[in-house]
Design a protein around this ligand. Sequence first.
Ligand code: SF4
Length: 489
Amino acid sequence: MCGVVGIFGNDDVVRDIYQGLLAIQHRGQDSAGIITYSGRFHTKKGNGLVRDIFTVENVQRLKGNIGIGHTRYPTIGGGRGEDAQPFLVYSPFGIIMAHNGNVINYSELKNTLTDKYHRLVNTDNDVEVILNIFAEELAAQKTKSLKPQHVFKAVDEVFKKVKGGYSVVAYIADQGMVAFRDPFGIKPLVYGKRDDGLIPSYAIASESVSLNIMNFSLIKDIEAGQVLFIDKNRKLHTKKLTQCAHSPCLFEWVYFARPDSFIDNVNVYDCRVNLGRFLADEIKKHNLRIDVVVPVPDSARDAAIEIARELNLKYREALVKNRYIGRTFIMPADQKRKSSVRQKLNPITSELKGKNVLLVDDSIVRGNTSQAIIELVRECGAKKVYFGAYSPPLRHPCVYGIDMQTKTEFVARNANLTQIAKKIGADKVIYQSLESLKKAVSLGNKKLKNFCAACFDGIYPTGDVTPKILKKIEKERKTVQESQLELDL
Ligand code: SF4
């Protein structure tokens, strides 16, 4: 999971991009970068948080009315400084690119680029292969001045060659800005405009909240397989290149996106409230004696409030989060996940002692975090601890950019509800059904009928995820984790 922001504007864009990235910092805390253009490219990248990488001095250096920013969580790529996005190639024209997602056939493409096109792929970051293929396809058209059809043709070739889930923003020097969403639209991407000059400024972002913060009004989501080209005169051209079923990632609404964002026209907050309502219906079936509903902060709050309201129960924020420790789920190494729970959450004992507690969380992945939280609540003297997850059991790895790697790590893999409860130390575990999750999203946009739910049901929308590919990705992810640990030592 990563976040991208691109602006083609009237004035210097770096401050807006900085603000836009801050708004989506939750999408990746490993590294960040901004490249702007003012007749030449200006680059600043680094490891860590946006606020720590960009200083007054280096922001002043990033001149230009065009730029792309990125905040990164590593999937493939070791999280080293040189893996930070955006990436740049100098030919043809000079192109910068950033993405959110993951390329399934990365190694194969890297080999082709090296062997057939004699291009050096310098890092382990999969956006570099997308960028090189795009550059190669643009170069093949042998034109000095790009027209929309040249760009559409190059993206079409990218779609044919690159398998996976990816949303991309690029700028081609003195030609225009390009954005596209993979043929299944797995990863989100929106665009908007701001009337701040004779010609409007345009912005593209992973989440609509970046547009809000940068004072751009949302035009709409880029569709699955659609490409957008803002030419050098800032004229907007769009084309839908593929007709695959639009299958956005369900987990965006569960956990990744900010509640104030709209993804494919569905407000994330509204969706989480729906999820709370549907999970409350499920909880009712179990006839449990619950004294208090407690969310695992922060993502579970919206759903937990609704559960308490539906069940007519007390709602208490009895776990207090230290906001200055990263999100445990997106820290790459499992060792980090285990140790950070206690640092991150502190209980209010009086709200838990002697009570039957219903803990609500967005999901249960490996179970380590849930187990540590349940332990914490029990240590406070809770009588019973029930655990409600407002998404279904996670049982399959995500190959589209989320670090859920090995099948064996899922607590729900080959386990029934009683076994899961035992593993995490809960008196009972209640999950949302996949049907209800899809319904909760579709209520916000009736046109959404297909989703990527692969981590829940093992059905990968791109259809080409073989056991061999899963094994390969698993191996690549392990390398990422190991190199991350090395860096941390
Ligand atoms: S597998 Fe899960 S997390 Fe990955 S894109 Fe699909 S729904 Fe999202």
